[in-house]
Design a protein. Structure first.
Length: 338
């Protein structure tokens, strides 16, 4: 038996005479918002189960079982806000009961610390389960998207699953819808400039970013690209950009890695070419490990881009590599015919 389990065993015996008071406080805390007539039964069973497991010294076993149950619930699409609230409220009710039941300061301190540690570990188990499930879904969506045309049906299935999963599902669905739309629009194009412009226009229209640019490096290493901005947004310079790679784009090209800037005002590399931009994300386009271009997203919202956006941006970059290669091969074949 671990030291924590032993302390919680003694704490459970101190809490048992206060069982009814703990139940009443917990019922009031939960029913105040839920109004569920079965809340009392849930609270009674929850308090009894907790005290019994702790009294038998089974705190560690209980935590392991709860972690398994949380993982299964997360995989089934269950939310975690209510379980977290329930655990927090039960911990608070137990702490109040201990303050009433333990007049000795040392005994009270020992029990309070043990209950707080137990509550923290229970919450950590819930959060970790949902974080792992969210990461799994992101990886699954990215892998499906990378397989392009023949996997679009699977992407839709993942989209439907994400739509039901949690509060971020709508954003993920929009990302996958944008990805599908870009693929369909650029697949038949054989002109590189038209392809870049269509990709920028489609991404900007679907995701309502302030500004989107798709740029490539020409044979001299000069940035050449196309961009699309929301109506009323002006960009310093012409619609077709040329010049050495600088700013956040230049950094992404040098590092060959995505760059996410939640606050451009705090980034020394940011080049202010779009008025009102507060956050920026740049995804490098890599072909056989070599950088050939980048996709630049800018938003007037701070911290507008997250890991989901990076994953989808990288998948989009893989699509663009294939489309640009096809356009290049088409141009070479046409030159040979002439």
């Amino acid at each position: 038996m671990t030291p924590l389990a032993d302390t919680l065993r003694r704490t459970a015996e101190r809490l048992r005479p206060r069982r009814d008071a703990i139940v009443e406080r917990w019922v009031r805390a939960l029913a105040a918002e839920s109004g569920d007539p079965e809340v009392r039964t849930f609270c009674e069973q929850g308090v009894d189960a907790l005290l019994d497991r702790l009294a038998r010294g089974e705190a560690e076993e209980m935590l392991r079982e709860e972690a398994v149950e949380a993982a299964a619930a997360a995989a089934g699409g269950a939310g975690f806000q209510e379980p977290i609230r329930a655990v927090r409220e039960l911990e608070r009710c137990c702490l109040v009961a201990l303050a009433e039941a333990c007049p000795e300061p040392d005994v009270l301190r020992e029990s309070l610390d043990a209950v707080a540690e137990l509550g923290g570990r229970r919450l950590d188990g819930l959060l970790r389960a949902h974080e792992r499930e969210a990461a799994r879904r992101i990886a699954e969506a990215q892998d499906q998207a990378a397989r392009a045309g023949e996997r679009l049906v699977e992407l839709q299935r993942a989209n439907d699953l994400l739509r039901r999963s949690d509060a971020q599902s709508q954003h993920r669905a929009e990302q996958i819808g944008m990805l599908s739309s870009v693929v369909h629009r650029i697949a038949p194009l054989r002109d590189s400039d038209q392809l870049l412009q269509e990709a920028a226009d489609t991404i900007q229209a679907r995701m309502s970013h302030t500004y989107v640019a798709v740029v490539v490096l020409d044979h001299e290493g000069i940035v050449v690209g196309r961009w699309a901005g929301r109506h009323g947004v002006d960009r310093q310079g012409a619609g077709r950009t040329q010049g050495p790679a600088g700013g956040i784009i230049g950094r992404a090209l040098r590092k060959r890695a995505p760059q996410v800037v939640p606050d451009v005002a705090a980034d020394p590399d940011y080049h202010a070419d779009v008025e009102g931009t507060r956050s920026e994300m740049v995804i490098p386009i890599l072909e056989d490990g070599e950088v050939v271009g980048a996709i630049d997203f800018q938003s007037e919202r701070g911290a507008a881009f997250d890991l989901d956006d990076v994953a989808v941006g990288e998948t989009l970059a893989e699509f663009l590599v294939v489309a640009l290669r096809n356009a290049r091969l088409f141009a070479e074949a046409r030159e040979r015919r002439t």
